[in-house]
Design a protein. Structure first.
Length: 336
């Protein structure tokens, strides 16, 4: 059983570990000036307040730090012992403040999902707007996974379909709509529909189309596909091995022969063609997403870049004859 002395020692160590740096700063200035009036002037506080802070520090440490007389102020032995420790603590606090004084000093990690699409164009424009910032691209494939990485602090920004995220996750994220992306289908170049310039949704009836089923990183995309395929006679392809890189994606696609749900600016894959979907034109709601409370000039540049590109190219103008799930439309309007 711990003794009373042990309890007292533990409480004292705990109090020392939580000493307010403001009190240590007051102590150091008085120790340097050895004059309360001059020290108070340096600290821009009243002498009475300074004396109160020193008394509080002495109580917390259980030690007398100064000998005060009407003529002079001098450090006690405990005061001499505290002074180098107090200065090291204050130097550490200053280093900490300096490390975070300029948010641009650290890279901003931006998940694009796949290179060569709208998100990549936003990143390129943001780099032009903020050349002093290091905006590091990542290609993590799937907003469901990327959102968890953002909340864990391992990513800063991502793009994708925010309406497909769990409400508890979305509540901790900030969003900005970027684009209503027209959707397409990626077909083997010898597929019967590959010869057409566009593919009507009804023409996919009876087809089995891949949309990431079974991939835990892209649940929001698979959910979107289910909504799109419902009552249209389009089957969702079963889970396939997760392909990392264009070569692996091409190999898996060639093996399965399934069309793949995509967007119109999906990057070229050898042996395939991209055909826009029509009648109606389904839209993929692209949203910029980041952790609430994040402050970084690179994020400001990304938001400005998305807004400028959207304005220049009409990314947020929804054409007639298009399809979008109600929750996605509501989120795009709410975020805007």
């Amino acid at each position: 059983m711990a003794s009373s002395a042990d309890d007292t020692s533990t409480r004292t160590r705990t109090a020392h570990a939580h000493t307010d740096p403001r009190l240590l700063r007051a102590f150091v200035v008085v120790a340097e000036e050895l004059h309360f009036t001059r020290a108070a002037a340096r600290l821009y506080i009243a002498q009475q307040a300074l004396s109160r802070d020193i008394r509080r520090l002495e109580r917390e440490l259980g030690a007398e730090l100064f000998v005060r007389t009407t003529r002079q102020v001098a450090l006690t032995a405990d005061g001499e012992r505290l002074l180098p420790h107090a200065r090291r603590v204050l130097d550490a606090h200053a280093d900490l403040a300096a490390a975070f004084a300029d948010p641009a000093a650290r890279p901003l990690f931006v998940d694009l999902n796949t290179d060569g699409m709208a998100a990549a164009r936003v990143l390129a424009r943001a780099r032009e707007l903020a050349p002093e910032c290091e905006l590091m691209a990542r290609f993590e494939s799937g907003l469901t996974w990327a959102a968890d990485e953002i909340l864990a602090g391992r990513l800063d920004v991502s793009f994708g379909r925010a309406a497909g995220l769990a409400p508890s996750v979305r509540a901790r994220l900030a969003t900005q709509p970027v684009r209503y992306e027209p959707m397409a289908v990626l077909l083997p170049d010898d597929h019967p529909l590959a010869a057409r310039e566009t593919v009507a949704l009804d023409d996919l009836a009876g087809e089995t189309v891949y949309a990431g089923a079974g991939n835990p990183r892209t649940k929001e995309w698979t959910d979107f596909a289910r909504l799109l395929f419902a009552e249209r006679g389009i089957e969702l392809a079963p889970p396939a091995p997760l392909a990392i890189g264009v070569a692996e994606f091409q190999r898996i696609m060639a093996k399965s022969r399934h069309p793949v749900l995509a967007v119109v600016d999906f990057p070229p894959v050898p042996g395939t063609v991209v055909r826009p979907l029509v009648r109606p034109v389904p839209l993929s709601p692209l949203v910029l997403i980041w952790r609430k409370g994040l402050r970084h000039p690179g994020l400001d540049a990304l938001r400005e870049a998305a807004a400028r590109l959207g304005s220049e190219e009409g990314w947020l103008v929804r054409p007639a004859g298009t399809w979008l799930p109600g929750p996605d439309e509501a989120l795009m309007l709410e975020s805007g």
